[in-house]
Design a protein around this ligand. Structure first.
Ligand SMILES: [Zn+2]
Length: 339
């Protein structure tokens, strides 16, 4: 692993560099109250949307949503990796970053998410749960998922458990700052449709899915691989992890919302590979990744063979690209198409 810095040390480092002074060397800003505005280079920007507030030493684009401190600036506008950006800020500040206090990459991610978090518009008041809530559910891996080819040790990693009262398979849900906000459960009843029971259900009110399942567990792997694979559900991710692909997240739906796109921009990885089920709505994928594609390379895993030759079978069966085993997954993953 590369360098990981202590958050307080990073904040202090950033405070030593004047963001406005640095940015105005290459960009023309106009005064706007106690802030300055410029045209955002990330997109066509008719009226200047990119604002720097010198008193806070932060920037924010009101059009595309990017924002943060000088580190985020370098990552966003100079395409630097996190570590390169920290080193450059060190140079600008005249500080040897090798001497900065270090901490775990996960803590860095949490703090980065916190510093650059946009104003929450989630209407639901979420409750942050104590981690011990997990122990309400039996620590047992479900047989039916083992039968589907998911490695029990990998299920342990994601804290897959059993809710014996409602007969569901449950797993914890963490928000973008990796705090426990609830549990999601999948019914174990085979005839759940006739019973009029939901297949998947959130145990707590979650509101907008402004997070990814798997971020807590896979953040470091994603940074190391400089790539992330996005699935519709946790099962697919756990399945491919058994074949060595441990740099995945689940968006929990067949498309990405604005909050999730922002998180992916902040991740700053070179490749985002979307591997949704075979009934994926390509038009929707094109639309929801439009902004993301300005920041990174977006690929999609799809089977473009003629209907009768398709490796995942009929669209009605709603198959994940990993549902037909490792060989088919690796063919489709290799054939991923850049959007
Ligand atoms: Zn912008």
């Amino acid at each position: 692993m590369a360098n990981n810095y202590d958050n307080e040390a990073l904040i202090e480092l950033c405070s030593k560099v004047d963001l406005f002074e640095y940015a105005s060397k290459d960009m023309d800003f106009e005064g706007r109250g106690d802030s300055y505005a410029a045209h955002c280079p990330k997109h066509i920007d008719k009226t200047p949307s990119l604002v720097i507030t010198p008193s806070k030493n932060l920037f924010h684009c009101f059009s595309c949503g990017v924002g943060g401190n000088i580190i985020n600036w370098l990552m966003t506008f100079e395409n630097m990796s996190f570590n390169d950006a920290v080193e450059k800020v060190g140079l600008l500040a005249g500080v040897d970053v090798k001497n900065l206090k270090q901490c775990s990459a996960l803590k860095v991610y949490k703090n980065l998410a916190r510093i650059t978090e946009p104003k929450k518009k989630s209407v639901v008041d979420r409750v942050i749960l104590n981690d011990s809530e997990i122990d309400k559910y039996e620590d047992k891996t479900p047989e039916e998922w083992i039968d589907e080819g998911i490695n029990p040790d990998i299920m342990k990693k994601y804290n897959i458990r059993i809710d014996n009262i409602t007969n569901r398979i449950v797993y914890p849900v963490y928000d973008s700052e990796l705090r426990l906000i609830g549990f999601k459960g999948r019914t174990r009843y085979k005839n759940y449709k006739e019973m009029k029971i939901k297949k998947y259900q959130n145990y707590q009110k979650i509101g907008t899915t402004d997070f990814f399942i798997g971020m807590k567990e896979n953040y470091e792997n994603i940074i190391v691989h400089d790539e992330v694979i996005i699935f519709e559900g946790i099962k697919s991710g756990m399945k491919v992890e058994g074949w060595g692909y441990n740099y995945w997240l689940s968006s929990e739906t067949g498309w990405l919302n604005d909050e999730q796109v922002l998180l992916l921009i902040k991740l700053g990885v070179k490749k985002v590979v979307i591997a949704y089920d075979n009934d994926v709505d390509m038009k929707k994928i094109q639309e929801c990744t439009e902004k993301l594609r300005k920041f990174t390379n977006v690929y999609v895993v799809t089977d473009r063979r003629f209907v009768k030759d398709r490796l995942l079978g009929s669209v009605e069966d709603k198959m994940s690209p990993c549902d037909k085993g490792k060989v088919v997954w690796e063919i489709l993953y290799k054939e991923r198409r850049r959007l």
